[in-house]
Design a protein around this ligand. Structure first.
Ligand SMILES: [Mn+2]
Length: 312
């Protein structure tokens, strides 16, 4: 049973508009596409979102972010408790802290994270040039200190407190895929399995997804969360996103990646299972004819078992 949850929040990124992402994904027939695969799907609606507000000297729009994370986290937590598969539609990538932290608490830290994204998103307030929290979710999940003082530090600590009582994300259990825009300060923090576009050019999708499978098996985790930022895709195919970086995954590469992840999950001896998915950063304001949302839905269908010729 799949619970689809919308998170129309975009106040901690560079560009507004991804709040329209959940609507765009619904219009791209996300629910119907999954139902056509024979899956049972419930649209749980959207989480709560508060109005813009920034405290003096604070993190931009921290207060509404906190409200949104709280509300979304509760919805994902309940979905996981019911034994369902939550799919979070963003909204910006900041919101991944909600679902992943809920999974960390429920599975007591037994969680691998696959972060498919042009960006590593492992800044903390101290290392970020922009101060935008959308570049910081992995650091928040790993409970890094803020690296700053004053109001921003207090707010960062409040954000970490909002993420519940589970253990921090073990960064060694994080794989990144399709990286191509990584800041200097982030590089030394990629202690898990960082796979860049260079690696994918050089070794191909088949080999690099095999690395993820082997690495997950070695790490001993039994639960996996996949966080998919549509900017992993090449902006020629998926222009509707806030921080497009050229040189991304082609249509075929992205689908092969999803299909091979599904194959790995379906293997008889697979020791881990998929427990949640984020589908984030679709921004219809920068899109053409909703192409990006359609691509995201097609990608998700491949991850959840759609194949060209069916089971053979
Ligand atoms: Mn990104």
């Amino acid at each position: 049973m799949i619970d689809v949850i919308g998170a129309p929040f975009d106040l901690c990124g560079r560009r507004l508009g991804s709040r329209l992402g959940p609507a765009a994904l619904r219009l791209a027939d996300l629910i119907e596409t999954l139902e056509a695969l024979g899956l049972e799907v419930a649209d749980k609606g959207d989480c709560e979102v508060a109005k813009e507000f920034t405290a003096p000297d604070g993190i931009r729009n921290f207060e509404p972010l906190k409200q949104c994370v709280k509300s979304l986290r509760l919805m994902v937590f309940e979905s996981l408790e019911r034994g369902n598969l939550p799919i979070v539609m963003g909204g910006e990538h900041t919101l991944a802290v909600a679902g992943v932290s809920a999974a960390l608490e429920i599975f007591d830290g037994d969680l691998g994270l696959i972060w498919i994204d042009a960006h590593a998103d492992i800044h903390n307030p101290g290392s970020s040039d922009t101060g935008n929290v959308h570049g910081m979710p992995v650091a928040a999940l790993a409970q890094y200190p803020s690296g700053v003082e004053g109001t921003k530090d207090t707010e960062w600590q409040t954000l970490l407190d909002t993420l519940g009582s589970g253990p921090p994300l073990n960064v060694e259990n994080t794989a990144w895929y399709a990286l191509r825009d990584v800041d200097q300060a982030e590089r030394s923090r990629l202690n898990g399995l960082p796979i860049s576009m260079h690696d994918i050019d050089r070794h191909g999708v088949e080999q690099t997804v095999k690395w993820i499978d082997q690495w997950l098996r070695r790490s001993g985790v039994s639960n996996v969360w996949i966080s998919f930022d549509v900017d992993a895709l090449d902006p020629i195919l998926a222009p509707g996103t806030g921080t497009a970086v050229r040189g991304g995954l082609t249509y075929r590469e992205s689908h092969l990646c999803a299909e091979l992840l599904r194959e790995a999950l379906d293997a008889k001896d697979c020791p881990y299972r998929l427990v949640g998915v984020d589908l984030v950063e679709t921004n219809p304001l920068y899109d053409h004819m909703n192409e990006t949302a359609k691509m995201a839905v097609e990608w998700l269908a491949s991850l959840l078992g759609k194949t060209i010729l069916g089971k053979r």
